[in-house]
Write a protein that binds this ligand. Structure first.
Ligand SMILES: Cc1ncc(C[n+]2csc(CCOP(=O)(O)OP(=O)(O)O)c2C)c(N)n1
Ligand SMILES: [Mg+2]
Length: 319
């Protein structure tokens, strides 16, 4: 295999002033669309994990753009998983490394899109967590099956238009709310769950390191802007990532040993109205004022629920 753009660490092996390494393990030159937020998240997650890492990745945009044989953007060992079984493959790798006495010092990362994680590969993920396999599962959530043409998934937000939940006269986009995957995963009793986004790259790096240091399955819900599927501008990934946090659409928290703690809290009075977030995305352009209000109420209710369980041992079923 030929690694794309081997010289993708122009500044060498050092670190920036905030301590992030310049070295890249997800090389530039891959085929992601301009402004792809998912590629940005993958790049930083692998950078945080470092060279002693193995990546398992299920079918989806990230795999297609980064591994066009005989080329690869990956500078760490990488293995393809099917849509439904990336966690089963990782379980096997974890068991094999343990058998060989090589588990210490090797990071095992599993990447799945929202289609793979919320829907099709969820059974394998749930089983791996139950068995307690040591790996960090990263769900890069761009809120639809993007690689195959923007079909709705269990992660697509309420009323968003996709090719299989199109906004028309009678029906205004997806009729169901987004599944609360990090909370569903946390309910298994695993020791580290976090949400992360490009709104704060340093926070993302810290969370990846914490996840990888966990002696059990850990989970990161990585908010990933998709300008093509969301009909947003190709320079909007960071703006939307920040707005998602400020509007409380994407809450930023960690759940450690069953206890939820916000890593960035946005009080109701200080929150930006969701309209500011929705209006930058064509997938919401059909919404009426009443529907925007419905989304605002849903976002607030979900955030208040999280505030209500903060600090309490809410996900301790296995302990
Ligand atoms: C069992 C199975 N069903 C369907 C497909 C076709 N397929 C390949 S990638 C993909 C979409 C992936 O969506 P997601 O996991 O959200 O990743 P994204 O492309 O959005 O990053 C689909 C439906 C497949 N490969 N395997
Ligand atoms: Mg997706």
């Amino acid at each position: 295999m030929v690694v794309l753009n081997k010289a993708s660490a122009p500044k060498g092996k050092g670190r920036d002033i905030k301590g992030l390494p310049y070295e890249e393990y997800f090389a530039s030159g891959h085929r992601a669309c301009a402004g792809c937020g998912e590629a940005l998240m993958v790049r930083h997650i692998v950078k945080a994990a470092g060279p002693n890492s193995i990546a398992v990745m299920s079918t989806g945009c990230m795999e297609v753009v980064s591994t066009p044989y005989p080329q690869t953007a990956w500078k760490i060992p990488w293995i393809h998983g099917a849509f439904e079984n990336n966690s089963a493959i990782a379980s096997g790798i974890d068991a094999a490394l343990k058998m060989q006495g090589r588990r210490e010092g090797t990071n095992l990362l599993v990447f799945g899109g929202d289609g793979a994680s919320f829907d099709i590969g969820f059974g394998a993920l749930s089983g791996a967590i139950e068995r307690g396999h040591k790996f960090t599962y990263v769900c890069t959530d761009n809120e639809a099956y993007m690689n195959t043409g923007v079909q709705r998934s269990g992660a697509t937000p309420f009323l968003a238009s996709t090719t299989t939940s199109p906004a028309g006269k009678a029906v205004h986009g997806k009729q169901e709310p987004k599944k609360p995957l990090p909370l569903i995963v946390a309910s298994h009793g695993l020791r580290y769950v976090a949400t992360a986004s490009a709104s704060n790259i340093y926070d993302l790096h810290a969370k990846v390191k914490k996840a990888l240091a966990t002696d059990h399955t850990s989970f990161i819900h990585a908010y990933s802007v998709c300008p093509v599927g969301w009909h947003s501008k190709s320079d909007s990934a960071i703006t939307l990532s920040k707005l998602a946090v400020q509007t409380r659409v994407f809450p930023m928290y960690e759940i450690e040993n069953g206890i939820l703690k916000f890593t960035q809290k946005v009080e109701r009075e200080k929150a930006t109205p969701v309209l500011e977030y929705l209006k930058l995305q064509g997938r919401f352009k059909h919404l009426s004022e009443v529907e925007v209000k419905q989304i605002q109420e849903y976002v607030d209710a979900r955030y208040e629920f999280l505030l209500g369980i903060e600090g309490k041992k809410a996900f301790d079923v296995l302990y």
